[in-house]
Design a protein around this ligand. Structure first.
Ligand code: PMP
Length: 407
């Protein structure tokens, strides 16, 4: 049974009291963005009311406090992912920004014409498009590890893609469209046998699973705060120090330099080399508070409870005739992508909204997956530790009434 007191937890999230018309909100779009507990909201307010200033550049009182709080948030992220050093954690504007940073900083410098990059079929567009941009610029070949009909990467096929031209691998830890948890540690080890570094897109993993970057031995790991009870506008890039040091900066500007003249500019040390301009100070501090909140519940407890929700919802949805779950791996986080025979997902989303139920409909920025399953779009219910079985019952009743309208 659950170790989570879900009613107590729900009370921490003021937005969960929202009404949609006269229906209570049932928020099942957590894979897009999760909600913020009062503790994180309070932290943002406290920063804005009593600590706000620009960081790193001044000796005055508030700047000193803001700098300390910002660096404290960095250390919270460092410990959260088990990074060796705090300078291995770069604040970015989010997962997309982090991947683009690596594409520019590592890819443009170290990957050349004729080289190859390996991705998987279940990547989010943000872990496809930057690599395609690089591939077009430099005549690089992108090779794609295929998935099976459960939505699992075929690791034997992935392994066969390596050759003497392989220079980089970029893989998601967890699929956003289907929730599949990839055997990422094994896939990293395979890449390392070929001396190829690996970037892991952890946007959908970090909110739900305990991540240890040293244990995974990934070279880069990226995720966003807004999917894990934090604010929008901030995320991180974790990178092994020696790789980050070898990379070129992504953005030029203030704070990322050691000295500037029109003849020669030298760059600042890590992590500042990659944090040009004023960073998202408030959001980063809010991110730190979100990490505190998640750790106080405990990621293992969160994972266990969310797994219970997944099993319950899967059983219920499987019992409805005419509803098909897309990507039904045994190894998943609490995400259910589904299609209803004869009903367009957009209509599913619109009707569920009338019951107060928020799901995401569309291609989920993962069009190759849609192509694999030969669907234009799906409806996706994604759960968080503040969701309840009763809310799943509301979803299931909603799906049944959608069928009554359309079928
Ligand atoms: N990768 C995955 C797997 C995601 O789910 C998302 C967000 N949907 C992203 C990358 C992009 O994250 P962001 O929009 O925060 O940059």
């Amino acid at each position: 049974e659950t170790a989570i007191d879900v009613e107590r937890i729900r009370a921490d999230f003021p937005i969960l009291a929202t009404k949609v018309g006269d229906k209570p909100l049932v928020y099942l779009d957590n894979a897009a963005s999760s909600q913020m507990p009062q503790a994180v909201i309070d932290r943002l307010v406290r920063y804005q009311k009593t600590q706000h200033a620009n960081i790193h550049r001044a000796v005055h009182h508030l700047s000193d406090i803001a700098t300390q709080e910002y660096e404290e948030a960095r250390r919270k992220l460092q410990h959260f992912i088990g990074a060796r050093e705090d300078r291995e954690v770069i604040f970015t504007s989010g997962t997309t920004d982090s991947i683009n940073l690596v594409m520019h900083g590592y890819g443009r410098k170290f990957i050349q014409s004729g080289d190859e990059i390996i991705l998987s079929e279940l990547e989010h567009h943000s872990n496809i498009v930057p690599w395609q941009m690089l591939a077009e610029e430099k005549n690089i070949r992108i090779r794609v590890a295929p998935i099976n009909d459960q939505g699992e990467i075929l690791v034997e096929e992935y392994e066969k893609l390596f050759n003497e031209n392989t220079r980089f691998v970029a893989l998601s830890h967890v699929s956003n469209a289907m929730g599949t948890i990839n055997p990422i540690k094994r896939m990293i080890a395979i890449a390392h046998q070929h001396d190829v570094p690996v970037l892991v897109d952890g946007a959908q993993a970090a909110p739900h699973l305990k991540v240890d970057v040293q244990e995974l031995d990934c070279d880069f790991y990226v995720f966003s705060a807004h999917k894990m009870c934090g604010p929008t506008g901030v995320g991180i890039l974790y990178g092994k120090a020696h790789l980050l040091e070898a990379m070129q900066p992504y953005k030029g500007g203030g704070d990322m330099i050691a000295s500037v003249s029109f003849e020669k500019t030298t760059y600042n040390e890590l992590p500042y080399k990659f944090e040009a301009g004023t960073p998202p100070i408030a959001a980063a501090i809010g991110f730190g508070a979100a990490i505190d909140y998640l750790e106080q519940i405990d990621l293992d407890v969160i994972a266990a409870y969310e797994h219970e929700l997944l099993i319950y919802a899967t059983e219920q949805i499987k019992m409805i005739p005419g509803v098909k779950i897309i990507g039904n791996s045994a190894s998943k986080v609490a995400v259910i992508s589904f299609v209803i025979d004869g009903v367009h997902p957009h209509d599913v989303g619109t009707l569920l909204n009338q019951d107060g139920v928020a799901v995401r409909t569309g291609h989920h920025c993962a069009q190759p997956i849609m192509q694999h399953f030969n669907v234009a779009a799906t409806s996706r219910a994604s759960f968080s530790f503040y969701n309840t079985k009763k809310e799943i019952d509301t979803l299931v009743a909603g799906i049944r009434s959608v069928q009554k309208v359309f079928v």
